[in-house]
Design a protein around this ligand. Structure first.
Ligand code: XIL
Length: 451
């Protein structure tokens, strides 16, 4: 939206910038960069409780500074959202592509984050060729897939979801139909775990599923399998509880008890794909309940949310995550941080921002300026920047901000137009047109004040 200041003349003339046109850039900096307190992030707070706090990551978003900035500030573990799935790494038989997954693993290792490998054997996101194999060939292909993928990442993966979603929903407790189940029978799960252990004995090996978060027929069936594996010495180290919740599938009241009964079998438990549709305090309370359940179970070694920002969630319309579409911290974020024993939710540390001016266009009689507002090392919820022009210059239009004016009309105070939340290190910008009226001096951009 374009805001026109009082006295704005009608049509604006715009031309492409053809050099600097004698206008110098001015920069305004204010506020010391805040140093985040150790317990003011999800990752640091969870670490103080002996746990990791992870997120699903999509390689395609790592180039977005606010995405990577929030990831690096808040999280201590990652799970590639799709990049390690069978269709991503072995779309064609025995031809492996690891580039997208490698991007995530390299980023995570560079920051000292854990990586959860997701996933080796799953009925979904499975290339069609797998379903066309004979039983003998399928067994060979499954073991080859596990071996090749785990070898590529050997030594660098904290835990692998070796088998994902092998059980049916509903009351039957039966195995889900899949090429593996249908051609190899129940034993494929055991075989996958044995192969996985032989390839990377240092990775924890998990079974992962959804609708197993409370005690029900499906979780009872998984429980029976894990118990049997432990009794017979089939290698299994952990069970993942996806924990995708909404109003039709809320956080179960026996969530903690269910985690505990699995832990009592001698496996770690992990919350692996947490997201809870909703908003405000109801969503925050549900998140609190999940965190408290994990903290109450000593073998619950960590939690992973299924994405950073609502805008990239696989269930985006349900706004199920901890950061809104502008990377602002939601009440759910503050609730999780508080449950983890941290503090400073909603902007811990010293809120600060910096404003930087640049000339984007100029023409005979006018120019366009742009101010980039960047948050310091702590997320901010709003910002204020002043822009002063030299009489007889006049600001004739603005965009991406909400301006107000002093009595002279020379000093413009700009605030966000709508949501002013910026994640740590994230930036936004606003623009304005100046009519020079004969004076081509650059505007003076004052300090940025964060809120
Ligand atoms: C989802 C991803 O988030 C989507 O991007 C993709 O289109 C489908 O898969 N259970 C799982 C995850 O184990 O791998 C799924 O991830 C969500 C449900």
């Amino acid at each position: 939206m374009i805001h026109r200041s009082p006295g704005s003349p009608g049509m604006l003339r715009r031309a492409l910038l053809t050099g600097t046109a004698g206008l110098l850039a001015a920069a305004g900096l204010a506020g010391a960069a805040g140093t985040a307190d150790a317990a003011s992030t999800l990752g640091a707070s969870a670490a103080a409780k002996g746990r990791y706090f992870g997120t699903a990551v999509a390689a395609g978003h790592l180039g977005e500074s606010a995405y990577a900035g929030t990831l690096d500030t808040e999280f201590t573990a990652v799970t590639p959202e799709n990049e390690m799935k069978w269709d991503a790494v072995e779309a064609t038989r025995n031809s492996f592509t690891f580039s997208a997954a490698d991007q995530i693993v390299t980023h995570a290792r560079g920051k000292g984050m854990k990586v959860r490998g997701h996933t080796l054997v799953w009925y979904s996101q499975l290339p069609g060729w797998v379903g066309g194999l004979s039983a003998t060939d399928l067994r060979t292909a499954m073991n080859n897939h596990i071996t090749q993928v785990m070898t590529h990442y050997k030594g660098g993966i904290y835990a692998w979801d070796v088998v994902n979603e092998a059980f049916q929903d509903g009351g039957s407790g039966a195995r889900r139909s899949s090429p593996f189940q249908d051609k190899l029978g129940d034993g494929y799960i055991e075989e996958a775990f044995r192969t996985a252990r032989s390839v990377d004995p240092n990775a924890k090996l998990c079974y992962n599923d959804y609708n197993t978060d409370g005690q029900n027929a499906k979780s009872n069936a998984v429980y029976a399998m894990v118990k049997d594996f432990k009794q017979r010495g089939v290698p299994i180290d952990c069970v993942g509880f996806q924990s995708h919740f909404n109003s039709a599938s809320p956080v179960p009241s026996d969530y903690r008890a269910n985690l505990q009964r699995f832990a009592d079998l001698g496996v770690d438990v992990q919350i692996t794909e947490l997201d809870i549709e909703g908003s405000g305090s109801a969503q925050a309370t549900s998140y609190t309940n999940v965190v408290n359940a994990c903290l109450a179970v000593s073998r619950c070694t960590g939690l992973t949310v299924w994405g950073i920002t609502d805008k990239y969630s696989w269930r985006s319309s349900g706004t199920p995550l901890l950061f809104d579409g502008n990377y602002g911290k939601k009440p759910a974020y503050t609730a999780v941080l508080t449950a983890l024993g941290g503090s400073g939710g909603g902007g811990g540390g010293t809120a600060s921002c910096a404003a930087t001016y640049s000339l984007t266009q100029s023409w005979n009689g006018g120019f366009n300026g742009q101010v980039t507002v960047r948050a310091g090392s702590t997320a901010i919820t709003t910002w204020t920047v002043t822009v002063t022009v030299t009489p007889p210059q006049k600001v004739s239009a603005t965009w991406n901000g909400s301006p107000s004016w002093d009595g002279t009309g020379n000093v413009m105070t700009m605030k966000p137009n709508g949501n002013g939340s910026l994640a740590a290190g994230a930036s936004t910008s606003f623009g304005f047109t100046v009519q020079t009226n004969g004076n081509t001096a650059a505007p003076v951009v004052g300090g940025c004040t964060a809120g």
